[in-house]
Design a protein around this ligand. Structure first.
Ligand SMILES: [Zn+2]
Length: 270
């Protein structure tokens, strides 16, 4: 859900592999058969491609691990306390947002177009805020995720810069392709790698950095609101832990985008 128009999703797990045009078809065998005289350094290219593919697989596994930790994470307080904190966030920030905790029953109240996005929420696997519908949802059995989503709602209403950070994620997944196109424009005759080829990994990661920052900020706002509303009556550690796991899936997705961008460059050398 994380890259679907305007939906700020909770954690990037599950969607990870689908978000980027990762080069799933790579096979070292096939590459070794490509005509060597066309390439400046075929052995090095094959090795680099293999290493990048290995990193992409490890990142995917790490993302899944953090996603699982998040799904199995404990709730830090009662549903009533979450509702109290939710009210505090809405009032303090004058937010006009509809908040709902989804289960298999109340999901039926929503239009079919939203239901597909709500199924993982009812299953306890996702939460999201959508600025288009001014709607924030979390699973009924994991209500604490709503505080992070309301953090997104606050970000959406706190000026142009934060809004830009939030909107940028819609374009991030297009980066590997965009770099490929840009690289064609900057092609040099002397076979030396140009700026884009040399920095594709960093550019890819940089494109995702606004999302990583905005996600962290949304969580900090949620934790702050819980502290303000509930004070020392609750232990915030499980909340911070869950939010950390979610944030890690975004950090990993950013590194993954860097790897995908680098991979797309190596593709052109084949
Ligand atoms: Zn989020």
């Amino acid at each position: 859900m994380s890259s679907v128009g305007g939906i700020q999703s909770f954690g990037n797990y599950g969607n990870y592999a689908n978000n980027y045009p990762l080069n799933d078809n790579f096979s070292a065998k096939e590459d070794l058969h490509s005509s060597a005289h066309e390439l400046p350094n075929p052995g090095k290219t094959v090795l680099a491609a293999g290493i990048l593919q290995g990193i992409a697989i490890l990142l995917d596994q790490a993302s899944g691990w953090f996603g699982k930790k998040l799904i199995n994470g404990k709730e830090f307080t009662t549903a009533e306390n979450i509702t109290k904190t939710t009210k505090h966030m809405l009032e303090k920030n004058k937010l006009d947002v509809y908040v709902d905790f989804i289960d298999n029953q109340n999901i039926k109240r929503y239009p079919p177009s939203l239901q597909s996005a709500l199924v993982p929420v009812a299953e306890g696997k996702n939460a999201f805020y959508t600025d288009n519908f001014k709607l924030a949802v979390a699973p009924k059995n994991k209500p604490s995720l709503i505080l992070h989503e309301l953090g997104h709602a606050i970000n959406a209403n706190k000026g142009k810069f934060l809004r830009f950070l939030q909107k940028s994620r819609g374009y991030a997944s297009a980066v590997p392709t965009a770099l490929l196109l840009a690289n064609g424009l900057f092609k040099r005759d002397d076979n030396k790698p140009n700026f884009i080829e040399r920095n594709a990994g960093y550019i890819g990661f940089a494109a995702y950095l606004p999302t990583i920052i905005e996600e962290g900020l949304a969580s900090l706002r949620g934790v702050k609101a819980a502290k303000e509303t509930l004070g020392k009556t609750v232990n915030l550690r499980p909340l911070k832990r869950n939010y950390f796991f979610a944030w890690m899936t975004y950090l990993i997705a950013g590194i993954g985008l860097g790897v995908a961008a680098k991979q797309s460059m190596i593709e052109t050398k084949r």
